[in-house]
Design a protein around this ligand. Sequence first.
Ligand code: KIV
Length: 288
Amino acid sequence: MKKNNIASLIEMKNRGEKISQITCYDYSTARIFEEAGVNSILVGDSLGMTMQGYEDTLPVTMDEMIVYGRSVGRACKDTFVVVDMPFMSYQASVEQAVENAGRIMKGCRVNAVKLEGGKAVCPQIAAITACGIPVCAHIGMTPQSVNSFGGFKVQGKGETEARRVLEDALAVEKAGAFMAVLECVPPKLAALITKKTKMITIGIGACAGCDGQVLVYQDMLGMSGGFVPKFVKRFADIGEQMKKAVSEYDKEVKSGEFPSAEHTYPKSDCSDEFLAQLNKEYDEEGQR
Ligand code: KIV
């Protein structure tokens, strides 16, 4: 059993210990994040934007989620891995949701699936958890509904909206979700939801009162080119460091400085006589 599993995460919530989650989409980065000691990795469908360059998450397919999810799953020996169910892989019916949740678990060998929505997707959450698949819900600002919201906007502002978000949280918990991402929810409302439910709440643009936090790694490491939301803290400027290193490489390749003897295999070369002989045997066009 992994060091971070559903029981250990619930115990963390009960002890009041904070849970760290970060997005990730590939094997080598997931290995680094596991070594860094995060509790959980989310293979989010944000990969549509961060890895594939789309404007939103809507074009991402099940097959793509399985490829990315499997790469992360292989790297994580002790980190709890959650994989997103992409747009229209669960909304149409309970049967479709169960089948696709099963495809993710079999294809990626991870620990849970995540799906967006509140009351409307409770039948799907109940059916997936009944199959023994842990479900992380995602409420508040749900990016797959960007067209209904008219943009990526804070949800739960005002009394009617706040009640709706709280009721969504209570409903997904009742349906069986063990964890819920609260995205772009006002801080006092997010803290109230955290107090009112036994689910682990993971905030993004919510508040420190949540049980844990998640960030998109390209945002927090300075690797995303475009707009960075207010809730993101930049922990490093890896994008700048990568640019500097690659520009150095480019210069050294062009100047001939790289590769030097240190980075070649001169000892395995044949004798100068034999190479001169080869040179004679083959003409300029490589003909014998
Ligand atoms: O897809 C994703 O990365 C997410 C996080 C932003 C929570 O859903």
